[in-house]
Write a new protein. Structure first.
Length: 207
């Protein structure tokens, strides 16, 4: 049987290292690149407007439902896009985009890795809701990484017994070609603006 002094010592140690909340648990949602997932870009140059899109996006959304957002309780939204799969609606233009400008044989992917997340308010994961947040992280394309803050809209939906089911993430952000050493095309039919706007819409299923 524990003595009173030993019990107090153990209690003090528990307070020192921290005791996880009974309700705190890590949640992971997987993005698999289905027809529901879409990454698109829009270039609005004086010569023409070019749109391209792909469903080939994969990633994960990880969070701890304690919502403390420290090193022990992260909230991460990371994704990878297969750039060679982008379709602009014209096969020859797709080829030029891949080979001459994005150089996908050398730089096949674009990635975003979250470093920090700022929420306006903490959500209640027991019910469906929409949450606004700013995700700051490293965006890499064409071999160049730029620190970027992306405003995101997150739709969360619990499933049976209020357990996590899926989470949808939507956002839009600018990408300046010069920052990533992407040369603007010379051919008239593939004229690109100096800055293109990328839209992300992906859904992660709870695992």
């Amino acid at each position: 049987m524990f003595s009173r002094s030993l019990a107090l010592t153990l209690f003090a140690l528990l307070l020192a290292v921290g005791v996880p909340s009974a309700f705190a648990k890590p949640l992971t949602f997987k993005v698999e690149g289905t027809s529901k997932d879409l990454v698109s870009f829009k270039s609005d140059a004086p010569v023409e407007v070019i749109n391209g899109d792909t469903h080939a996006v994969k990633g994960d959304i990880k969070l701890d439902d304690s919502f403390q957002f420290d090193t022990k309780h992260p909230f991460n939204i990371n994704f990878t896009v297969d750039l060679a799969s982008i379709d602009t609606g014209i096969p020859l233009r797709n080829e030029h985009m891949r080979d001459n400008f994005l150089e996908t044989s050398q730089f096949p992917k674009a990635t975003f890795v979250t470093k920090s997340v700022k929420l306006l308010k903490k959500p209640d994961l027991s019910k469906a809701q929409t949450v606004k947040l700013d995700a700051t992280g490293d965006f890499t394309v064409h071999g160049v990484t730029v620190r970027k803050t992306i405003p995101l809209t997150v739709d969360y939906a619990p499933g049976a017994n209020k357990q996590p089911d899926h989470i949808r993430v939507r956002g839009k952000f600018p990408v300046t070609l010069a920052q990533h050493n992407i040369k603007r095309p010379e051919a008239l039919f593939v004229k690109l603006a100096d800055t293109v706007f990328v839209t992300v819409d992906m859904t992660g299923k709870a695992i």
